[in-house]
Design a protein around this ligand. Structure first.
Ligand code: SF4
Ligand code: SF4
Ligand code: SF4
Length: 202
């Protein structure tokens, strides 16, 4: 996690709320999506864990009001993620193609996407756990598919004492010390920082 990561959630709020009056703020959505498309083939879901404003919002705001439940496995299944990806991207493309091409109107389409993203984050984040939405978010799914196998977390099993500290800090509730090659790892590095033995590294 970068030093700036905890503060980026403010950008998501500004884009969603401020976008109602100034629709061009909605262009934050395609900027984030483009950054994920460019970075994922090299760093996997690193952008999601370090620079995404909605991810930061989930980690540092939703985490204060969450019920903190275990994530249902269905959330990370492609059977759910792919239809959500197709539906949300289809909805956005339809709105963009029928909107008439004006800069502010296109911006408002992105503000709508931004608000949907935020609403889903809040709903799933409070009911289950802060990063629940990040399992099925279309941009995260794209990052997972493009970044599969890149920038892997490595575990030195000879050093690991099975203390479980890495499991407690993982925002995606991954089995960090068992199956290290997790395609939904956000490369946030919290497990690396929490490990008392230095058994984890990228
Ligand atoms: S999964 Fe979506 S909301 Fe979550 S960090 Fe990635 S792009 Fe942002
Ligand atoms: S496995 Fe580690 S780096 Fe990956 S999401 Fe969990 S805490 Fe972050
Ligand atoms: S925190 Fe480190 S030592 Fe503890 S279980 Fe995880 S990898 Fe092993």
């Amino acid at each position: 996690m970068l030093k700036v990561t905890p503060y980026l959630g403010v950008l998501a709020l500004i884009a969603c709320v401020g976008g109602i009056w100034y629709p061009r703020l909605g262009y934050l959505v395609p900027v984030v999506f483009l950054a994920i498309l460019i970075s994922s083939p090299f760093r996997g879901r690193w952008f999601c864990g370090n620079l995404c404003p909605w991810g930061s919002f989930n980690d540092f705001f939703v985490s204060r009001i969450t019920r903190g439940r275990p994530l249902p496995p269905v959330l990370s299944s492609m059977a759910l993620r792919v239809p959500i990806f197709v539906l949300m991207m289809g909805f956005m493309m339809y709105r963009l193609l029928t909107i008439g091409g004006l800069v502010d109107q296109i911006g408002m389409v992105f503000v709508t996407m931004c608000t949907m993203n935020m609403a889903a984050s809040l709903l799933l984040g409070t009911a289950i756990s802060p990063r629940a939405w990040c399992n099925i978010c279309p941009m995260g799914t794209a990052g997972r598919l493009l970044g599969y196998g890149k920038y892997k977390l490595k575990l030195d099993k000879a050093v690991c004492i099975d203390c479980g500290k890495c499991l407690k800090v993982c925002p995606m509730q991954l089995e960090v010390n068992r199956i290290v090659d997790q395609p939904d790892c956000l490369k946030c590095g919290r497990c690396v920082e929490a490990c008392p033995k230095g058994a984890l590294q990228f």
